[in-house]
Ligand binder design. Structure first.
Ligand code: C2E
Ligand code: MG
Ligand code: MG
Ligand code: MG
Length: 293
């Protein structure tokens, strides 16, 4: 009897596995259509300059408006896109869309300085089509130097040489490079010195501990100190509380991003309004109006 129920259970298990496999196959077919059918979206999350509070730019975060399953997050489909190689085409779309958005902003906003950061995975960095995609769509004028590429730190360690030459090429084209989720991976502060980069983004797990965990504050202080000495900018990720924001200001962090400062937003207009509502130079407080008596 025990054997039978074991068998029943394993059949159930097989069925579930099979269902999952079918699901995955279907998703892969769907994903192949997502680009051509215009189902991909970029949501924009503001990145704030901590010195004066102005919006420096945004990070573009990929979403998939699936016809049946609704709005999907990167964790729902980026791993599959990487395994299947579809990430290369998806990445081309992301870059083209970011350039298009920058062109629009720079042609409609007076004295625009906004940047867009796009995420690039290992597979894309190793693929020559990334550089093609960047070059093909790059606008002339200031918009053409307003793109950043975010790469994860482990990508740089594991595949240093191939990765580095792509990053060098991007920088030659006027594209800036940020190391994403720094501190979470295996690379050390010392390694940071060898990377061809412009910014580091401190992983949100360290930011979460600010004001609560001494070790996290020490790590963040260390990254900021190192970055400063290298002339590299520091962005804090995942800022959710005023306590964290205060700690970051105190530690001299350049800029920050997180739910406290603005959620990823589908409405580009909302990002622009935010940028307009926070002036690039601090406004002098107006003299208090004293009514004449
Ligand atoms: P990431 O590049 O580190 O992006 C930041 C993630 O943290 C985003 O998740 C964002 O929504 C989330 N986040 C922002 N502020 C906060 C906060 O205050 N608290 C918390 N808990 N989370 C916050 P999302 O959009 O789900 O993206 C997840 C990851 O997917 C990204 O991590 C990035 O590695 C990857 N990804 C996103 N877009 C693309 C893309 O176009 N291409 C590739 N290859 N990967 C992408
Ligand atoms: Mg990122
Ligand atoms: Mg990140
Ligand atoms: Mg992350």
């Amino acid at each position: 009897r025990a054997k039978e129920s074991g068998k029943a259970r394993s059949e159930l298990f097989d069925e579930r596995m099979q269902a999952q496999a079918v699901d995955a196959l279907q998703t892969e077919d769907d994903l192949a259509l997502a680009v051509s059918q215009g189902q991909l979206r970029l949501h924009y999350q503001p990145i704030i300059d901590l010195r004066d509070g102005h919006v420096q730019g945004v990070e573009a975060l990929l979403r998939w408006q699936h016809p049946r399953r609704g709005l999907l997050q990167p964790s729902d489909f980026v791993p599959l896109a990487e395994r299947s190689g579809l990430i290369v085409d998806i990445g081309k779309w992301v870059i083209a869309e970011a350039w298009r958005q920058l062109e629009e902003w720079y042609s409609t906003i007076e004295d625009c300085h906004l940047t867009i950061a796009v995420n690039v995975s290992r597979r894309q960095l190793a693929n020559a089509e990334l550089l093609d995609a960047v070059a093909t769509n790059q606008p002339t004028g200031p918009a053409g130097s307003a793109l950043l590429v975010e790469v994860s730190e482990d990508l740089l360690v594991a595949d240093a040489n191939a990765g580095f030459s792509t990053l060098h090429a991007l920088r030659m084209m006027g594209v800036r490079v940020a190391v994403d989720d720094f501190g979470a991976g295996v690379s050390s502060l010392k390694h940071l010195q060898t990377m061809p980069i412009d910014h580091v983004k401190v992983d949100r797990h360290f930011i979460a501990g600010l004001g609560r965990r001494r070790q996290d504050e020490a790590v963040v202080a260390g990254i900021i100190g190192m970055a400063k000495s290298m002339g590299v900018g520091v962005v804090a990720e995942g800022v959710e509380s005023h306590e964290q924001l205060d700690a970051l200001r105190r530690l001299g962090c350049d800029s920050a991003q997180g739910f406290l400062l603005g959620r990823p937003n589908a409405e580009v207009g909302a990002v622009i309004d935010l940028a307009r509502s926070r002036p690039a130079t601090p406004v002098q407080p107006a003299d208090e109006h004293v009514p004449a008596t």
